[in-house]
Design a protein around this ligand. Sequence first.
Ligand code: CP
Length: 305
Amino acid sequence: MLKNRSIISISDLSDEDMNEVFSQADRMLENVNAGKKMNIMSSKILATLFYEPSTRTRLSFESSMQRLGGSVISMADSKTSSTIKGETLADTIRIVESYSDIIVIRHPLEGAALLASRFSSKPVINAGDGSGEHPTQTLIDLYTVRKELGSIDGKTVTIIGDLKYGRTVHSLLSGLSRFDVEVNLVSPENLAIPKHVYNDVLGKLDIHVSTSLDEFLGETDILYVTRIQKERFTDKNEYAKLIGSYKITSKEVQKLKPGSIIMHPLPRVDEISPEVDNTKAAKYFKQAYYGVPIRMALISMIAGD
Ligand code: CP
């Protein structure tokens, strides 16, 4: 179903596609947990083109391809590529598609992954385009909820942080809109969800918006925390005013509904206190771990034989 298809937005996947990714990820997870390397992509090459920093996304895509028996070529830093000489994204893609079978791209500009897919005859995966989307992170997020809480339907999800610039939130809201969930959106006023993102899910989700977290903690099943996206601010004074405006500590954890979980796409700066890491609710490192089986599933479904 996903064979040879680009994934630019979470809306590129049907419900059926998503369920297939999750069931393939279960199979991949068994292999990852057992420390077994598979050999189903041995003739294939994955290219990672990262025009923005990354730890989890790039390394988990590369780890996934290697665990599938495939090979990886990587541009981890655009400053060491011919981009610095003025080569356009379109020309870079025309070259990289001839060196690889599937391309993963992260770029600071919204729409860059879509543009890349238009210049590529090989499938392109959006690994984050500016403040736009991060669809594979959403697959990881939804998979984490399924694994840790059994199901997504019927849950209350409270999302706190930088809802304006946070691409993981934009994709997650779209992903959640396929389920029967209640969503609370909490942010400082200046970091509120963009109107177009809100309008896209309005009517599909039961949404409450607030600047205060406290009122939602007791009803929350999933507390999804995000950092303030410093790199998106043109005015660094504006960032300085907002940093530290919310923080999850053991005080907030105690107020959460029993059995609830805390997620974060990471990296974290100071929005979750380290004392939370050892609580039963903290699932953000497990969430990052699930990045490998999810990306193994995607790569094999898109570029496998
Ligand atoms: N979650 C995520 O995208 O992390 P990186 O920026 O480290 O890839």
